[in-house]
Ligand binder design. Structure first.
Ligand SMILES: [Zn+2]
Length: 400
């Protein structure tokens, strides 16, 4: 009888780094006061400018915090945080005995909250730890407990260990350490209800890109693969629907996909889209979600072409085909056709979701060499295949 069983595939060894405790679901925000009170009564709230303060959810939250006897200070982040802004904020608040930091907002607010929570006690400049610039001194902690509450579905920052900071025109780099991972991620899809459709499209494609890049990353493992598959299909179901007409079910699928994208990328790293996104976002005023959304189809096509030509036995190829088959809902589709279906779907999303081209942000042919030259940071290292400068230039050129 045992002959009837196919050979079992080997499971390679893997490690899963620290994750937050997670509260997910409609209305989960109401759990925040109790969770925060578990750390003490003095909170530092780090929020975006897009006014939580004036929204119904925000007003309810502030009333509940007060009712629970909590006191708080609020810091508002405008756009992507800079190292200078982080240092100034830490200097302004470090003498106060905060028991926990609560980040509520999009990726920028959560990343700012993460960096502030990490540095309020040590008090040194974040420049000492940023990857790829400065002395890159190891972070020793201690960090103040962080609770992350995303109000957009895209970056997955609530589950990751890095804070992305940027100096416009110069760099966009990460402050990264396991101790920066939030203690709690409170993911309440209701918070997406006020997101404008352009933001939903760009952020959603960021989450999708993070899931696909995690799935084919050189550091992918069976556990992250299971999560990436689940997230990819949730994003696939939610993205076009959410852009056309919001519904509670689509918001929940997208918030779930985004959370899983953060969990996966923290374990596996990313790929060529995020490698290119780093200099694009540093040199030009282009939102991260737009970079991902506008590049993901071309970059996926570029990876597939390079793998088919130079590494036809690479495990990323059947993975791309698997996603294509799931999208097409055709189990029998052969590898090349399934991969083509995946790329065609991504190109269709690009059209349907009206992703702007790079030239809309002042990027031209003459800029491509310096973008490519600065793209080989941490994300590019886990791309399934090393792409040449000419291949990366080609990916960018198709989206000018
Ligand atoms: Zn991203």
């Amino acid at each position: 009888m045992s002959d009837a069983f196919p050979a079992l595939p080997a499971i390679p060894g893997f490690a899963i780094a620290r994750l937050p405790r997670i509260e997910f679901g409609s209305g989960a925000l109401a759990r925040l006061p109790d969770i925060a009170a578990g750390y003490g009564h003095n909170l530092l709230l780090v929020t975006g400018l897009r006014s939580l303060d004036e929204s119904g959810a925000g007003k309810r939250l502030f009333a509940q915090l007060a009712q629970r006897g909590l006191s708080w200070e609020q810091v508002r982040v405008s756009g992507e945080p800079s190292p200078e802004w982080i240092d100034a904020t830490v200097a302004a608040w470090r003498k106060r005995p905060f028991d926990c930091v609560v980040g509520i907002g999009g990726g920028s607010a959560l990343d700012a909250a993460k960096a502030i929570a990490g540095l309020l006690l040590p008090g040194n400049s974040v420049m000492e730890h940023l990857e790829g610039v400065g002395p890159e001194r190891p972070y020793q902690g201690p960090a103040i407990p962080l609770i992350a509450v995303p109000s957009t579905a895209g970056t997955g920052s609530e589950a990751t260990k890095n804070a992305v900071l940027s100096v416009p025109g110069r760099f966009k780099k990460s402050f990264r350490d396991d101790r920066l991972v939030a203690e709690w991620a409170i993911v309440d899809p209701d918070l997406l209800a006020t997101c404008p459709p352009e933001l939903i499209a760009a952020d959603g494609l960021d989450a999708f890109t993070q899931l696909l890049e995690s799935f084919v990353s050189t550091r992918a493992n069976p556990l992250t693969d299971a999560l990436a598959r689940s997230g990819i299909m949730a994003a696939r179901a939610a993205l076009p629907a959410l852009h056309r007409q919001q519904s509670a079910a689509a918001r929940a699928q997208m918030a779930y996909a985004s959370l899983l994208s953060g969990i996966c990328l923290a374990q596996t790293g990313l790929g060529s889209v995020h490698g290119l996104a780093s200099p694009l976002g540093a040199f030009f005023p282009i939102p991260h979600g737009v970079v991902c959304g506008t590049l993901v189809a071309s970059a996926t096509a570029g990876n597939i072409a390079a793998l088919e030509a130079r590494a036809p036995d690479h495990p990323a190829l059947p993975k791309y085909a698997e996603v294509g088959r799931r999208f097409a809902m055709q189990k029998g589709l052969n590898g090349p056709d399934a991969r083509r279906f995946l790329v065609d779907t991504l190109r269709r999303w690009e059209q349907e979701l009206a992703l702007p081209r790079l030239s809309a942000y002042g990027i031209g042919q003459a800029d491509l060499p310096r973008i490519v030259a600065a793209s080989r940071g941490s994300s590019m290292k886990t791309n399934p295949i090393e792409l040449s400068d000419a291949e990366l230039t080609g990916i960018l050129a198709t989206r000018l």
